[in-house]
Design a protein around this ligand. Structure first.
Ligand code: 5AD
Ligand code: SF4
Length: 491
């Protein structure tokens, strides 16, 4: 089944999907009447913020069709895994949990299981699922998520035509698994339902896909080419969110610094930020992720002038060795990266800069890792996510010679991690005794008399409070540093 053939203008496409939501309602109602209770759905997210936002879109459609949402897979009548494939361990986690879903389905034959997201864009994954995980009902990818209502109806129609038992399925001529994976799309369908996880903050996609082709990275292959949303659509969505009580937004894209380059009327990311800043009700603006090669002086200027852009920048370094950066196709040098960090810190002195680092890229030596460690010290990262290189089939790096065995990577990784942690602690300690504004996010998981707030620089602070504080901005003293978070009091 390839539904691209029905290509409609995007507005009509959205209408079509609303029609499918109406159809889906009937299936949900019938099933619910059969069971004599409401139906529950659980959307489980693996991976990044982009995936989390996609899950909110799936949840929005499910809610419209009549499902109630639950975090508990055990209670669900429909489970969706929104998968990630950036590293192989993300794939392994999904396969591990599929075994558990299979056992659940044996106890609860009406359970529906769907898989979507980045991992489903890989041919080898689909082959494996077709062969060994035949209990899965629906598989789709990253490009046709907006078709979810339609796919959902197809899945139910399949089930009712072919019955639920294995024998019935065979008799009806094969697998009832609905699989629809597209290699690419140029469309952005607006205005489909969304069910937000948080009332007070929200992610907003500003662009999809990636054109950078870093040699280790699978993202361009699974998320496709870069496409930016029209500024007016983004601003309209944020205005609506603000009217709905959202105070903090995060602009999402694989490479937000190249936002707008492919629009019919080009528009820069810095321009977009200036427009977002004007929206009443929005108090905090974040964005993710920046590529150092595209971070413009105009953006630094906007960050300096803004009263809403948070003082946190996630700026993936990946490696501090020029030799490795070149092989990674990152298109900057160690010195260029450090110059950029200096410029940013000069413009916004209290900014927190965090990063991503990969250790064990093909051909990497301890000298290369020492170069990375040198950058960690000089840039004084407030935090760094460190990853062991994972070979992703189809990427240029997977075909490179000198793949480094894990036992050789480990000591280098541990050495780097120690410096990262020491640097982060030193940076965190600089805030001791300050009073800063925190957005209260939730009740503290360990101690229900405390709430957890997030500072502009992304650090967490725990302090006395209750559920009525959630979503509010308040001044908090940073009394005691516990490494990566603070405890304090409201002021
Ligand atoms: N192996 C290890 N880490 C990777 N990342 C991306 N691809 C790989 C890979 N093949 C890391 C990068 C990126 C983060 C999201 O994941 O550091 O910034
Ligand atoms: Fe994972 Fe990348 Fe997909 Fe995000 S975009 S879910 S990090 S593979």
């Amino acid at each position: 089944m390839d539904m691209r053939k029905t290509d409609l203008p995007c507005d009509d496409e959205a209408k079509l999907q609303y029609d499918y939501i109406e159809k889906a309602k009937k299936y949900v109602k019938t099933e619910s009447e059969r069971l004599g209770r409401p139906l529950f759905a659980s959307v489980i997210t693996f991976g990044c913020q982009m995936n989390a936002r996609d899950s909110e879109k799936l949840a929005g459609i499910l809610e419209q069709t009549g499902y109630r949402l639950t975090d508990s897979e055990e209670d669900a009548d429909f489970v969706i895994y929104n998968t990630c494939t950036v590293r192989d361990n993300a794939n392994q986690r999904v396969f591990g949990r599929l075994g558990y879903l299979n056992s659940m389905k044996k106890k609860k034959p009406h359970l529906k299981i769907a898989l979507c997201g980045c991992m489903m864009q890989e041919d080898a994954v689909i082959e494996k699922i077709k062969k060994s995980y035949r209990f899965v009902d629906l598989i789709f990818g990253t490009h046709n998520l907006y078709k979810f209502a339609q796919l959902f109806v197809t899945m139910f129609e399949n089930a009712s035509v072919e019955g639920l038992s294995k024998e019935d399925r065979k008799k009806a001529g094969g697998s009832p698994m609905v699989i629809d994976i597209w290699q690419e799309t140029d469309r952005i369908v607006e205005d489909l339902p969304v069910s937000r996880k948080y009332s007070y903050k929200s992610g907003i996609n500003i662009m999809f896909g990636c054109n950078n082709f870093c040699s280790y990275c699978i993202v361009p292959y699974v998320r496709g080419r870069e496409r930016s949303r029209e500024p007016r659509e983004i601003l309209r969505e944020i205005e609506r969110l603000a009217a709905d009580g959202v105070v903090e937004i995060m602009l999402l894209g694989q490479n937000v610094n190249s936002y707008g380059k492919n629009l019919s009327v080009p528009f820069t990311f810095a321009q977009l930020l200036r427009e977002v800043e004007r929206i009443d009700g929005i108090r905090r603006i974040r964005f993710m992720t920046s590529h150092p090669k595209d971070l413009s002086d105009e953006l630094i200027q906007v960050m300096k002038e803004s009263s809403k852009i948070c003082h946190h920048l996630h700026l993936p370094l990946q490696s501090g060795s020029d030799r490795i950066l070149h092989k990674m196709n990152r298109r900057y040098t160690k010195e260029q990266y450090l110059t950029l960090v200096r410029k940013i810190r000069e413009a916004v002195p209290d900014i927190a800069i965090t990063t991503d680092i990969i250790v064990g890229f093909p051909g990497e030596t301890m000298e290369d890792v020492d170069e990375t460690i040198d950058v960690v010290k000089q840039a004084a990262f407030d935090n760094a996510f460190t990853f062991i290189y994972s070979k992703r089939t189809g990427t240029p790096a997977a075909a490179m010679e000198n793949q480094v065995p894990e036992e050789v990577v480990r000591p280098a990784f541990d050495k780097l991690l120690k410096v990262v942690q020491d640097t982060a602690k030193e940076r965190a300690l600089l805030l001791q005794g300050k009073v800063m504004e925190a957005l209260v996010e939730e009740i503290n998981e360990q101690d229900a008399s405390l709430v957890t707030g997030r500072l502009s620089n992304n650090m967490l602070v725990h302090f006395p409070g209750d559920a009525s504080d959630i979503g509010k901005l308040m001044m908090v003293s940073l009394d005691e540093c516990h490494g990566f978070y603070y405890t304090g009091q409201r002021k």
